[in-house]
Design a protein around this ligand. Structure first.
Ligand SMILES: Cc1cc2nc3c(=O)[nH]c(=O)nc-3n(C[C@H](O)[C@H](O)[C@H](O)COP(=O)(O)O)c2cc1C
Length: 387
């Protein structure tokens, strides 16, 4: 990567910013509306302090955790992010491979740019989860679930926090959107980033016969030229209720994890319908700008349902210490979205792998400074955060 040595997730973010067209970078990086939540997430994580204990044997802290009966080498899961295949050619596969190398799961997104079969094939042996957006056409959704089942996927994340497309005015201004719609502004932006144009867009066009689009969607719903999904049937369901969640529970015999639970009452409902877990998530500040931060609501939710549900959490992880803060607040593992996207945007599998290595080293570092030999040995009780 030229002269600049990349030493942490923030360095990768800066390098990704240079490499990607502006519209693409902003799509990954930014929040929604006034981006209040985005800054609140950072502030809340920075404000949380970790207790330090000394003179324990922290020569080799054990960073592993067990989630749904599987040992993860660290409490990190790669979150579903629809556009991974737009930051690097076959980005989904590249990141899934990096996750495999690090012994952690990769969650395939409903809106991924490679199909779940392509990802499973390209990252053989990876621990794959599947994220489900409920679509207007429930038949298409059930077909997707069957395909995930056929691949041996056991863990299903049902994303419940996106009843509308988030309001991202900057996205309208910068001329980028999914599926890709050619605009003058977007075109000039792309031309100013020839490496991305050739390495991602053209390569995808040549290899897959069209512009990158949602590869899990059935072919008959796409245009021939751009292969964009054109049917309203593939829009996110505007009416999505607890009855849908119960219906999915009836059809899915693996672990069901509801993503985007931010209320104790909703966590209780998730437990009551027989979910196995939840992700306490404010969607990385991308969805609803007046939401509280995940780290603020997590302790209360984990206290209430942690004995019955596997409580996961996400949003804003850029350092290993952020992961540990989520763990101390009651999470069993933490999802990361943007961090591995920055990595993959810079150098594909290698970049994603390096970002995961930074996080792993920083988790080790943080455990050493706080005197923990393992996560089982958590000395810090779950503590309430001021709201
Ligand atoms: C570019 C991008 C695309 C995303 N797409 C999805 C998605 O398709 N489904 C979903 O449930 N969450 C999606 N998310 C949210 C992530 O799963 C996760 O909740 C969030 O990124 C965590 O915050 P972080 O990026 O600060 O780590 C996306 C996030 C990003 C950054």
């Amino acid at each position: 990567m030229g002269a600049m040595k990349l030493l942490n997730v923030y360095d990768y973010r800066e390098a990704a910013k240079k490499r990607l067209p502006r519209g693409m970078f902003e799509f990954i990086d930014r929040g929604t509306e006034d981006e209040v939540l985005l800054s609140e997430i950072r502030k809340a994580l920075n404000a949380m302090k970790l207790d330090q204990y000394v003179l324990n044997d922290v020569s080799r802290p054990d960073t592993s955790v067990v989630v749904f009966g599987e040992t993860l080498s660290m409490p990190v899961i790669v979150a579903p992010t629809g556009v991974a295949g737009m930051v690097w050619h076959d980005g989904d596969v590249q990141i899934a491979r990096a996750a495999k190398t690090h012994g952690i799961p990769f969650c395939i997104a409903t809106m991924s740019m490679a199909s779940m079969e392509e990802i499973a094939d390209g990252a053989k042996g990876a621990n794959l989860w599947y994220q489900l957006y409920v679509l207007e056409d429930r038949g298409v959704m059930h077909d997707m679930l069957q395909r995930a089942r056929n691949l041996g996927i056991k863990n299903l994340l049902l994303t419940a926090d996106t009843p509308r497309s988030p309001k991202k005015e900057w996205n309208t201004r910068n001329g980028f959107g999914m599926p890709i719609v050619p605009t003058l502004r977007g075109g000039l932006d792309v031309l100013a980033h020839p490496k991305w144009l050739v390495g991602v867009l053209l390569r995808h066009f040549l290899n897959k016969g069209g512009l990158p689009t949602y590869a899990n969607y059935p072919l008959e719903y796409r245009t021939k030229a751009t292969r964009a999904a054109v049917s309203d049937k593939l829009g996110l369901a505007r009416r999505l209720t607890w009855e849908d969640a119960r219906e999915i529970r009836r059809h899915w015999d693996g672990n069901l994890i509801i993503k985007g639970v931010m209320q104790k009452a909703d966590a209780e409902k998730s437990a009551a319908l027989g979910a196995d877990g939840i992700v306490v998530s404010c969607h990385g500040g991308r969805n609803y700008d007046s939401s509280p931060t995940s780290i603020n609501v997590l302790p209360e939710i984990a206290d209430a349902v942690g004995g019955r549900l596997t409580v996961l959490a996400d949003s804003g992880v850029r350092r290993g210490a952020d992961v540990v803060k989520y763990m101390d607040s009651g999470a069993k593992a933490v999802l990361i979205g943007r961090a591995t996207l920055y990595g993959a945007a810079v150098s594909g599998e290698h970049g994603a792998e390096e970002v995961l290595k930074f996080l792993r080293d920083e988790i080790d570092h943080c455990m050493a400074f706080t005197g923990r030999e393992s996560f089982a040995d958590s000395r810090s009780p779950i503590r309430p955060m001021p709201r």
